[in-house]
Design a protein. Structure first.
Length: 75
């Protein structure tokens, strides 16, 4: 017969797991809110400046590059 270890999670581990999951969800919500606000700012800028499709696409491409650079700095 094999020796198989059985782990029992106690309440502390479950509480910590729930806490971490909530913290992750809060972080995701916060990041989504920031991106949403930034996209609204970009749309307003495009309208105010009367940018055409090519100019708007370039603005969005630069913004995507900014996000990419920011994510690389965090890793």
């Amino acid at each position: 017969m094999r020796n198989i270890e059985t782990y029992k999670y106690n309440e502390d581990v479950e509480n910590i797991t729930a806490f971490l999951n909530n913290a992750r969800m809060d972080e995701r919500k916060g990041r989504a809110q920031v991106v949403s606000e930034r996209l609204a700012e970009l749309a307003a800028h495009i309208n105010q400046q009367g940018l055409n499709g090519v100019e708007a696409a370039e603005l969005i491409r630069r913004e995507a590059e900014r996000y990419d650079n920011e994510s690389r700095e965090l890793h």
